[in-house]
Design a protein around this ligand. Structure first.
Ligand SMILES: [Zn+2]
Length: 201
């Protein structure tokens, strides 16, 4: 039966192709729904658009009552603005147009787990529910090349600062990791340099 498992197939394909194994994808959060998968697929598409536009592989979608009401992707590089993450960028762009009741009744789909800055933005926008694709500690391993075991996850951040925000994830992590594994080996994150790069003068 294990041969029918998607992860087994991915691993077997990687071994056959001689590809080094990246982080092992984590199982989906059992609280996620079929509709969550549809909107997460859109967040991954936006992450790919981010890369195509010259930015990092991060996308976000805001959904209310099954309808997309806002979309955004990372624009840190093209706007030369470190707070232009997909989630905070979306909130900054759309908060003048959306009232707090709308944010509260919406779900934010983030292709990757929101960082602490974005958790703060989500909290202050009053967004009621968050679903993320790739766990931050997973793509951190790809970015930095090390196991970031002291990682502070969004579930802990929200539990301590805004427990009213419902957070689910990971979801479809294997698919979401693909873009990170394509992107980061040829790019440097200034805020998360690899140890070898951090030592350079
Ligand atoms: Zn962020």
């Amino acid at each position: 039966m294990a041969q029918n498992c998607p992860f087994f197939l991915l691993l077997a394909t990687s071994v056959a192709l001689g590809v080094s194994a990246g982080p092992t994808p984590l199982p989906d959060d059992p609280g996620c729904t079929a509709a969550d998968r549809v909107f997460m697929a859109r967040a991954f598409e936006l992450a790919r658009q981010g890369v195509a536009s010259g930015n990092g592989p991060f996308g976000a979608v805001l959904v209310r009552d099954g309808r997309v009401i806002a979309e955004y992707h990372n624009q840190v590089r093209t706007m030369t603005n470190v707070i232009q993450h997909a989630e905070t960028g979306l909130i900054a762009a759309f908060s003048p147009k959306l009232d707090r009741a709308t944010f509260s009744a919406s779900t934010l789909y983030a292709s990757s787990e929101p960082c602490t800055m974005c958790c703060g933005s989500i909290r202050f926008a009053g967004i009621g529910r968050v679903v993320y694709g790739v766990t931050e500690s997973q793509f951190e391993r790809i970015i930095t090349g090390i196991d970031e075991t002291n990682h502070l996850g969004s579930k802990e951040v929200f539990a301590r600062t805004a427990p009213q925000v419902k957070v689910l994830g990971p979801l479809m992590e294997a698919e979401g990791l693909i873009e990170h594994e394509k992107y980061w080996p040829t790019h440097v994150n200034p805020s998360r340099p690899r140890p070898s790069e951090a030592r350079k003068p």
